[in-house]
Design a protein around this ligand. Structure first.
Ligand code: COA
Length: 372
């Protein structure tokens, strides 16, 4: 068995930003148009009018101040309300492969490695641009890597589940290294016309390079232990899929996007995650007081505050549990990796930390690391 280390991470951040102000202005304009168009049905009591969204609510309920997106004009056009991302021709790189490649190249550069050092590419994300060929294989080709590649989807836990998968293969010796890439184009699965969730998501891509922990000279984190868990729930769901297209209700596409029962998620996921982390730490022989940092999934600030407090037994300092939610919103599986990538350089040899993501499934993945 080999030991495993993370030697590099990379983040691709889209250049376009939507502030809460811009988002709410567009939503409210859409709601006003809709109410005028449906005035007769509203007056007859057949449908309810659409209420305005609010910047204050969004910040208080989620902690989100803005989000990066690949294409903002289409999202903010009240007569459209979804991104304009034209389908790529078969001869062009796909959207996911393109942003995943950027993050992967940054991770390799941070690890001081080349594409030829990569034995495996896993593209792990909440949504896949197509069924096949795997986006991971396209990234492998664009990168110029050898070995093999595949896609996997465990929603918001895709990155940590991908890291455990890669780490297990490195441990057993079937590969020497792997890059786990998380291109999350969440703007395309979000219903921007739904007031209850239109503020939640943003776009990003992250990548994590893992290799055998043997004679490493560069900055790295030892992967001490990984753990994944799942428990079925319908409270976060997306019914998009090839069988869905054969059914009658082709005009009702709302359930082919992200749908959630946010309150239930909040209530049910918190105990699941707190318990998962406590058991993982105990089994790995790591005391919570040894943890210098928590890099948590970034869905909601109150959720993270709660989990941080449960794990440490006290309210964490901002630098003990860094949030990137205010700048990026929820970027699904990529959120905890953004936090890890941006807030880990200052740790010193022997410092321990925990990466943890959680979400649809339900699913929870945790990784205990130590600065090498
Ligand atoms: N602007 C203004 N008011 C809004 C609003 C908006 N955009 N969206 C909802 N509201 C209103 C609701 O209508 C409701 O009004 P009511 O009390 O009169 O019925 C009130 O605000 C509270 O709504 P609710 O949806 O219960 O808010 P919440 O406090 O639960 O926060 C979430 C909503 C989604 C931020 C929160 O539930 C959450 O983060 N859940 C976990 C989500 C998660 O982790 N999901 C995983 C995704 S991968």
């Amino acid at each position: 068995m080999h030991n495993v280390a993370i030697t590099g991470t990379g983040v691709f951040t889209p250049g376009q930003i939507i502030t809460n102000d811009e988002l709410v202005t567009a939503f409210n304009a859409y709601a006003d148009f809709w109410n005028v168009e449906n005035a007769a049905a509203i007056d007859a009591g057949v449908v309810a009018s659409k209420e305005h969204s609010s910047v204050d609510f969004i910040l208080a309920a989620s902690g989100i101040e803005q989000r990066h997106v690949l294409e903002k004009e289409g999202i903010l056009d009240p007569s459209r309300m979804f991104p304009s991302l034209p389908a790529r021709r078969d001869t062009e790189p796909g959207h996911m492969a393109e942003i995943g490649l950027d993050a992967a190249q940054k991770a390799l550069s941070a690890a001081q490695r080349h594409a030829t050092d990569v034995d495996l590419v896993i593209c792990a994300a909440s949504n896949m641009e197509r069924a096949y060929p795997a986006v991971g294989i396209e990234i492998q080709k664009l990168l110029g890597a050898g070995g093999f590649a595949f896609d996997m989807n465990v929603a918001c836990s895709s990155a940590t589940f991908g890291i455990q998968t890669a780490a297990d293969m490195i441990r057993t010796g079937s590969i020497r290294s792997a890059i786990v890439v998380n291109p999350e184009i969440c703007s395309a699965h979000l219903e921007w016309r739904d007031r209850d969730c239109h503020f939640i998501f943003g776009d990003v891509a992250t990548a994590t390079y893992l290799e055998r922990d043997e004679g490493l000279q560069q900055h790295h984190f030892k992967v001490l232990s990984t753990r994944c868990a799942t428990q079925f729930s319908n409270n976060i769901r997306n019914n998009n899929g090839y069988l869905r297209r054969t059914q009658d209700a082709m005009d009702d596409r709302r359930d082919m996007q992200f749908v959630q029962n946010g309150r239930k998620v909040f209530k049910e996921v918190l105990p699941l995650v707190s318990e998962h982390i406590a058991t993982h730490l105990a089994d790995a022989g790591v005391d919570a007081t040894d943890l210098r940092r928590l890099w948590l999934h970034q869905a909601n600030k109150s959720m993270n505050d709660y989990i941080g407090k449960k794990v440490l037994g006290r309210a964490p300092d901002p630098m003990e549990q860094p949030n990137i939610l205010q700048d990026y919103a929820n970027t699904s599986s990529a959120g905890s990796i953004i936090a890890f990538s941006k807030y880990s350089n200052d740790l010193t040899k022997g410092d321990k930390g925990l990466i943890c993501s959680f979400g649809a499934g339900y699913s929870v993945g945790s990784i205990i690391v130590e600065r090498g």
